[in-house]
Structures are given as C-alpha cells and as structure tokens.
Ligand binder design. Structure first.
Ligand code: DOR
Ligand code: ZN
Length: 448
C-alpha cells in the first residue's frame, strides 16, 4: 500500500471550525491541508473520497481499563484496542489496577513491553499511587507514565491512599497530571453497611447511587481540591454530580490547575435506567439522577468539564449477574463513546466542535501530548471518518470487547464510524479491523 493517502473533500471538524478540506498524508503524518483540490501526489496514492462525510481528529481516551496483565479473562490489550478503533478512539491512557498493580517502575516497564506488541491504538499508562510509593512515582523517567492515578475512594483493585501526609507530599511534588478517583471512603463504608443491613442479598442496583451517594463524591472532590498546591495539576476523574460542579471553573484549560472529566456513560444513563439494566450499569462513582446527568451535559457546554473519557471497565457478564452487593463495578464503553457523543450533538446538547474539543484537543493539551489531538500539518495522522447520516445498531456480534456484552445492546445510533486511521495507517474500515500493527507509545512535551 502507498505511504501516501489523500482524503478528499471531507467536512473537517477541528479547533472550533467545520470546513470542507482536502488532506494529504505521507507515512504517519499529515503533510498538507488545503481548501482546494491537491494533485501533487504520486499515482499510487490511496484516495479516500469523503464527500458528504465528516472527518474528526481521533479520540484520545485518557481513562480506560484494559485488564492486562493479570485479568485477561475480562479483557486484554488487543481485544479492547480493537474496540477503541471501532469507536474512533486512536489513543488511550490505561489505568494501574491490573495484576500486578502498576505501582512500581518494573510493573510499568512490563506493561509497556506487552503494549508494544499488542496495543493496536496509541497508548500511555498511568502509574498508581499508594501510601508508600511516592518517591518512585515522582522519580520516574520523563514520559514513561502518562500521569499518576490516585484513588481517594476504593474501587476495583484496592489502591486507596488514605494518608494525608502522602497526599500533601504528592500534590507538592508531582511533575505529572494526577488523575483522582474521588469518593469519600468513610461515608461509602458506612452507607454500604447501612444498606447491607437493610436489604442484604435482596438489594437491587437502584440503591447504588444511595450507597455511593452525591455527598460522598462532593466531600472527596472538595478534599482533593482543597489540598492542592500552586503547582499541582489535578484532574478529577469521572465527575457524576451536580454538586461537584460548584468546585470547578470555566476558565480556558490552559489556565486551569484543576480540571474534570466526565464519562459518556454518565452523560447517557441516569437512575431511571437501573430497573432495566441493573448491574450492567453499576459503576463507581455511581450513575446518579437525571438532574445530575443534565447538569453534567450543561457543564460540558459551559467548559466546567474539560474532558470526555470513558472509564471503559469490562467485567464478565456472569460476574455482573451476581446479586447487587457482589457484582463488580464497571461498564465496557469505549466502542460507543463517540457514537453517544454524536447522538448528544444531534439532540442539541452540545456542538460537534465542542465534542471534538473535549474528546481530542483537551486531552492533548492537558497531558502535553506531542503531535496528536488536532488535524494539523505536521501532526500524526490519527483520524476518524464518520457518516452522520448512517445508522449503527449495537448488537452482540458487532462488539469487539472480550466480555462480549454492552449495556447499549439494542440501541440504534444515528451515526456510523466508518474508518479509523492511526499513524497514517487505515486500521479499521467497513466494520472490520484491517491492520493489526501495533500503535505507538504516546510522547509528551516537556513543560519546563
Ligand atoms: O466502576 C469502576 N470500575 N470504577 C472504578 O473506579 C474501577 C473500575 C474497574 O476497574 O472496574
Ligand atoms: Zn477507572
């Protein structure tokens, strides 16, 4: 196949604009973007006719759980990165609650080694903070991890940091973005106890947002924010409540030390979905009320929320079929995050430019990612071609997840992800993975 690709006449969404453009790719980079037709490329160039179609920068999902190593019965890097590509996501940052936990440099090196063979999209890995590994975290070689993950509430993996001294030191010294899972541990424990006594094995998932309630989220996010120092870069992962939004500002992302992320699942589902979907939408922090969901959508429009990231967290269906208190938390979601967001665009909840800002531009800005996240000459060609006038039915056969289920089965989206290009290579097209060459480790710009 030619190293040249010419995307002809696409409706390109980038940096706040939608424009009809022609794009030339050589090797792994975009080399030319033009309003007029280009013709100065070799005869054997692969031409993609994008008339009537929309071209977006590939999604950068900064919060995924791919389960490898150690939990491969649930998922692995290959299966889930295929799902990412099918969903228009070209880079992922993966979380440290694997087995072993990614809390030592050695474990991180092993993960990077596995990824270099098996991750089909681009990737970075978070390093997990514990009560005793801060020194190792802040002394990691530059660029080895994409950021630090801090669990202020315990969830799958048990990596709770509950030592205030550790938190203060971390916030003073971390050169990296700290992504924090915020749920007040003490409150969640008390409420769990209370509801276990009240309902026992009979409990239904609809109580999940009462067990892990809004106040637990608010208290923990507030605590994290109050403890940041001048130089701390804190990203509150998966915001779920209206109340937490009062802690956030609408300043441009370049000026923020405290940012926030929301998952498409929390923008799509609400407590009214528990009776039908039960544990399939059990996740931490919990999906809350419709009022919370609508406030999250508004906060996205108003830039209080900066990023969209899935928290893609697959578990086996048989685990999810256990009674409420025994079923694990987490939703597989990466294959449909962009489709959910495009649906919200069609419903008038946000503009497509804003969607691209939150899914591609802002992740690149916040994490200082080198040469990705925009459709620009010189950047890597990480691109996704979508048809806003063609439907996608979510059924079991179409799922790339190793766990082979989704809470969205049966849903029909009114857009379709057609083609996903990573580092200049067409990796997904016509509903199939067409190349299994590995992605690249994401590189970072030094902020000094
Ligand atoms: O629902 C969740 N699932 N929340 C987390 O914090 C962890 C994740 C998982 O790894 O399963
Ligand atoms: Zn997570």
């Amino acid at each position: 196949m030619s190293i040249f690709k010419y995307i002809h006449s696409a409706s390109v969404v980038n940096e706040g604009r939608v424009e009809k453009l022609n794009i030339l790719i050589e090797g792994n980079r975009i080399i030319k973007i033009s309003k007029s037709e280009l013709s100065d490329f070799p005869l054997d160039t692969t031409v993609i006719d994008a008339k009537g179609l929309t071209l977006l920068p590939g999604g950068i999902d900064v919060h995924v759980h791919f389960r490898e190593p150690g939990l491969e019965e649930k998922a692995d890097m290959k299966s889930e990165s295929k799902a990412a590509l099918a969903g228009g996501i070209t880079s992922v940052f993966e979380m440290p609650n694997t087995k072993p936990l990614t809390i030592t440099q050695k474990a991180l090196e092993e993960k990077l080694e596995i990824a270099s063979q098996n991750m089909l999209c681009n990737y970075g890995f978070f390093f997990g903070i514990t009560n005793s590994n801060i020194l190792e975290a802040i002394n990691l070689p530059f660029g080895m991890a994409c950021g630090l993950k801090l669990f202020l509430g315990s969830s799958t993996g048990n990596m709770l940091v509950d030592d205030k001294k550790v938190l203060t030191e971390l916030f003073e010294q971390s050169p990296m973005v700290i992504s924090a899972h915020c749920e007040d541990e003490k409150r969640v424990k008390e409420l769990t106890q209370k509801y276990k006594e009240e309902f026992g094995e009979e409990a239904q998932t609809i109580i999940h947002p009462l067990v892990r309630d809004s106040q637990a989220c608010y208290l923990s996010s507030k605590y994290a924010i109050e403890n940041t120092g001048n130089k701390t870069r804190l990203n509150i992962a998966h915001i779920t409540t209206e109340k937490e939004l009062s802690l956030l500002s609408s300043s441009p992302i370049e000026e923020k030390n405290i940012t926030a992320e929301v998952s498409p699942s929390h923008l799509w589902f609400c407590d009214e979905d528990y009776p039908l979907l039960g544990n399939k939408i059990k996740c931490n922090p919990a999906i809350k009320t419709k009022k919370d969901r609508d406030a999250l959508r508004k906060a996205l429009r108003e830039d209080k929320i900066d990023l969209i990231a899935t928290d893609h967290a697959p578990h086996l269906l048989e685990e999810k079929e256990k009674p409420y208190f025994s079923a694990p938390s987490g939703i597989p979601s990466i294959q449909h995050s962009m489709l959910i967001m495009l649906e919200l665009v069609k419903q008038g909840e946000l503009s497509i430019e804003k969607m691209v800002e939150k899914m591609s531009h802002n992740p690149a800005k916040l994490f200082s990612i080198k040469d990705r996240g925009f459709i620009k000459e010189g950047q890597y060609a990480d691109l996704v071609l979508v048809d806003l006038n063609s439907k996608t039915l979510v059924d079991k056969e179409s799922l790339f997840y190793k766990c082979k289920w989704s809470p969205l089965e049966g849903v029909e989206f009114s857009s379709r992800i057609l083609t996903t290009i990573v580092n200049g290579e067409i990796k997904y097209a016509d509903k199939k993975i067409i190349s299994e060459t590995p992605g690249y480790k994401v590189e970072f710009m030094s902020i000094e």
